[in-house]
Design a protein around this ligand. Structure first.
Ligand code: RRO
Length: 312
């Protein structure tokens, strides 16, 4: 076993944003505002992530989907949250103030159902000094807006071509796993000028209420996440990393340092913890603390050495 890498050996970057380590949160899986209400400043002062990704922001306030919104599965969870949120004004005027006080870089996730609204969201969010990057959520399984941009390579490329001139800040495209060839959508994002892709969003899924024999989730169906989807995510990260040059933020069922490292070895530059945050709000910290030993076990002296591995 190699010597245990020091904490500094986890330092990295994504799209030019310097990071103390490779651990982000998946959008919508760690609500800083709620965490402060429940846990006080503990989780803010010892923040579990090296970069914070906001929940997805929409143009107008939304109530979200009708209940029920969650269903636990073997090794996973189905959600059908449906993007509840304060809308763009509410986010910029209220939530962003707290997020700006975090001591880590901030990526804001946005979603719209037409290019015009994406333009408004990106222009407004990019103008905020506190925002280091923007994630374009083109892959939510829980909103029925007609065309899902992220399922079509040409639509994804056209969206990026419209947004790219609006800002020099990094644009990250959140990919859906619910297509036969995610690498083609990733190539569309790259051709349109994206700086990175993040993957995977949740896998389309449903659950039946044992009492009523009707769909459990209020919206009928939702998205599966957690360790159950990890092998799917790893396969897709491998396929996408072979097809594009821009970096990948890898996620899908990461629970610990070992599973985080699997994503790095599959081709992700950095990783995000999602569903595990619901079980343990300090899961991000646990991943970071376990990484030096996980790297050493595989003979790596730093994160950079693992990032440099290209699997055949
Ligand atoms: O809010 C949601 O229901 C949701 C979103 Br925006 C997403 O991107 N992925 C997901 O599983 N749920």
């Amino acid at each position: 076993m190699a010597d245990l890498p020091a904490r500094e050996a986890l330092a990295t970057e994504i799209c030019g944003i310097p990071l103390d380590g490779p651990v982000l949160n998946g959008s919508g899986t760690f609500d800083v505002l709620a965490a402060r209400q429940v846990f006080g400043d503990v989780l803010i002062d010892e923040f579990p992530f090296d970069c914070y990704v906001s929940k997805t922001i929409t143009m107008n306030p939304r109530p979200g989907n009708p209940p029920y919104r969650l269903w636990e599965t073997p090794s996973g969870m189905i959600n059908s949250i449906g993007l509840p949120g304060p809308g763009l004004d509410g986010f910029v005027n209220r939530d962003l103030r707290l997020l700006a006080s975090l001591e880590v870089p901030l990526i804001v996730s946005v979603m719209a159902d037409c290019i015009e609204d994406f333009v408004v969201l990106v222009e407004r969010v990019a103008a905020e000094d506190a925002v280091d990057g923007i994630e374009l959520n083109v892959s939510c399984p829980n909103v029925h807006s007609g065309l899902i941009v992220g399922e079509q390579p040409a639509e994804t490329e056209a969206l990026l071509k419209a947004l790219r001139p609006l800002t020099a800040k990094p644009l990250i495209v959140k990919l859906t796993p619910n297509v036969a060839n995610p690498h083609e959508v990733a190539m569309g994002a790259e051709a349109g000028g994206a700086d990175a892709v993040s993957m995977i969003n949740t896998v389309k899924a449903a659950a039946i209420d044992p009492q009523t024999s009707r769909p459990w989730l209020g919206a009928g169906a939702g998205g599966l996440s957690g360790p159950a989807v990890r092998p799917i995510a790893l396969a897709q990260v491998r396929a996408v990393s072979a097809a594009i040059e821009i970096p990948i933020i890898g996620m899908g069922g990461i629970t610990d340092a070992e599973s985080a490292l699997e994503f790095i070895l599959a081709g992700a530059r950095v990783i995000a913890v999602g569903t595990e945050n619901f079980r343990d709000p300090k899961a991000g910290t646990a991943v970071t603390e376990g990484l030096p030993a996980a790297l050493a076990r595989r003979g790596f002296g730093s994160l950079a050495e693992a990032q440099a591995v290209t699997l055949a």
